[in-house]
Design a protein around this ligand. Structure first.
Ligand code: PMP
Length: 430
């Protein structure tokens, strides 16, 4: 595949944009190097690089693009919203309508605030939990990624883990000491951490279905409820980081799938329909700690901007159509079946974790239930797999800690083509 223009643009990028990328996970550092592909245009389930090569997109912008590229509803909404003016700095009807729509979908969002990214959303839930409890410490799970605020870069997954720097330079020791990490899917470890630090733990923060050391589901239907009970027993709040999971697996939260009720949620990605967004919310008595009603401060010039609000409304309207999530799950299942069949045929050890329309192919034959398991999988084999897929017109995220995302616009034809490529790729990997 000729990528001469991509190479040129990327090298040009490197001389003005630090590292050539605006987010480190876009670099090829964790897939053995190479030049990231520079994209120019997308339509439906496909996008095209600056050389005109076509790729079926399973990267989905790291999650948000569940309606693919240039979805007619989204495009129409953005242009209408733009023609009404894009920023007022006052309350608007669209933010009210969107907040109502989110609360109908996720009734536990008794009060909500819109921000501009998942990072901001999580960062603020921590502040609010501290304000509510008067406590300092946070418990998180090793390998979960919760954005790049200082405290959250302790044992963080996704970008940081694939870069091999789970603890970022520039984060002070005292900040890191406020964060306790325990392995996911291990209630004993959580119980022990709470027994030791429980009187000073403000919140337990979790991705209810992990997306940042690959897709990893809770070990059973009771796990998340037990996390909540343990935290509450020690007077700590529970924050579900649903930046990836909300509206990914069904029209609502992952909490609803397990019939559990965290105190606070952090949201982002899909709810913006592809535009920048974040949101946090939950229990009214907890949220009332936030200014202007309470003493915890959070603000934003762009927060609740009409462009993101109206696009979010449109995106959720499309996602409410019946059958949409079943179709994504069925298509992902076909891809997983093709993967495991090809892996068996060519004797390449893989473990695939799938939830609905999202899955991760781990190169190793042991189950992956926590970050250690994910780290132990074969990075070199993943890197070869990534490049072979890309060279055959299939694009996923360049890291073994990410996921394939099937979108609402992938067609059976896309899946057929992808299954053929998977077969070829495993033949080469063998
Ligand atoms: N939480 C989770 C679970 C995420 O996956 C991410 C981003 N990958 C974030 C928070 C941070 O979101 P953003 O990149 O929008 O700041």
């Amino acid at each position: 595949m000729n990528r001469a223009q991509s190479d040129l643009w990327f090298h040009r990028a490197e001389s003005v944009i630090l590292g050539g990328v605006n987010s480190p996970s876009r670099s090829y550092k964790s897939v053995g190097g190479g030049t990231p592909i520079v994209m120019s245009r997308g339509e439906g389930s496909k996008f095209y690089d600056v050389d005109g090569n076509e790729y079926i997109d399973y990267l989905a912008g790291y999650g948000p693009s569940i309606l693919g590229h240039a979805h007619p509803e989204i495009t129409r909404t953005i242009s209408q919203a733009a023609s009404d003016g894009i920023l007022y700095g006052t309350p608007t009807t669209s933010e009210v309508l969107f907040a109502e729509q989110l609360r109908v979908a996720i009734p536990d969002l008794e009060r909500i605030r819109f921000v501009n990214s998942g990072t901001e959303a999580v960062m603020t839930t921590i502040r609010v939990a501290r304000a509510y409890t008067g406590r300092t410490r946070i418990i998180k799970f090793a390998g979960c990624y919760h954005g790049h605020s200082d405290a959250m870069l302790v044992a963080a997954g996704s970008g940081p883990s694939s870069m091999g720097v789970p603890d970022s330079a520039g984060v002070t020791k005292s900040t890191a000491e406020e964060v306790i990490t325990v392995p996911f899917n291990d209630l004993d470890a959580l119980e022990q951490a709470l027994a030791t630090h429980g009187t000073d733990v403000a919140a337990v923060l979790v991705e209810p279905i992990v997306g940042n050391f690959g897709i990893v589901a809770p070990k059973d239907d009771q796990y998340l409820e037990s996390v909540i009970q343990l935290a509450h027993h020690h007077g700590a709040l529970v924050v579900f980081d649903e930046v990836i999971t909300a509206f990914r697996f069904h029209y609502g939260s992952a909490a609803q799938l397990y019939d559990v009720h965290p105190d606070l949620f952090a949201l982002g990605k899909i709810i913006g329909g592809g535009l920048p967004i974040g949101a946090y919310g939950g229990r009214r008595d907890v949220m009332e700690k936030v200014a202007p009603l309470g003493p915890a401060y959070q603000a934003g010039t762009m927060a609740g901007n009409p462009l993101s609000m109206r696009t979010g409304i449109s995106c959720l309207n499309v996602l409410r159509q019946p059958g949409i999530y079943d179709e994504m799950a069925a298509r992902a299942k076909r891809l997983v079946e093709a993967t495991t069949a090809a892996a068996q045929r060519y004797r390449v050890p893989v473990t695939v974790n799938r939830v609905g329309g999202a899955f991760t192919v781990f190169f190793g034959d042991r189950p992956v239930r926590n970050y250690d398991d994910a780290q132990a999988t074969d990075s070199k084999q993943f890197a070869r797999y990534y490049h072979l897929l890309a060279d055959n017109g299939i694009l996923i995220a360049p890291s073994k800690y990410e996921a394939w995302f099937v979108s609402a616009v992938h067609t059976d034809d896309d899946i057929d083509k992808t299954c053929e490529v998977i077969e070829r790729v495993f033949h080469e990997l063998a």
